[in-house]
Ligand binder design. Structure first.
Ligand code: ZN
Length: 116
């Protein structure tokens, strides 16, 4: 186990594939967060972010908005997160670390003209 013979080129692909499989499992866990303990969901998010960073994979779209990128806690709407729509953007404020993220908006023509 763990010898140096595994120098096949396939290795990297396998590693990414394995990472992606783990991602999918964690995503499912996070998406079914109502059936799981908060602790489980939170550690799933941690794992997911770590796996994604280590293997340079994007965090799947379906869960990207469900946690705070800074303190890695799951968002519970109406409790630890404030969501506002302003100028065509969704502005999400994490109430535990005051981190602000803006979603959407894109090009400026999509934004409403603001009066100041
Ligand atoms: Zn936060």
């Amino acid at each position: 186990m763990g010898s140096q013979n595994k120098r096949r080129r396939k290795g990297k692909v396998d590693r990414r594939q394995a990472a992606m499989n783990s991602q999918l499992e964690l995503v499912e866990l996070i998406l079914g967060r109502n059936e799981h303990d908060d602790v489980v969901v939170q550690s799933s998010i941690r794992h997911l972010v770590r796996i994604s960073r280590r293997h340079r994979l994007p965090v799947p779209e379906s869960v990207r908005h469900l946690y705070c990128k800074t303190c890695l806690i799951p968002f519970i709407h109406g409790e630890n997160v404030r969501t506002r729509i302003s100028g065509g953007q969704r502005i999400v404020t994490c109430l535990s670390c005051a981190n602000i993220r803006r979603f959407g908006g894109g090009p400026k023509f999509h934004r409403k003209q603001q009066n100041r």
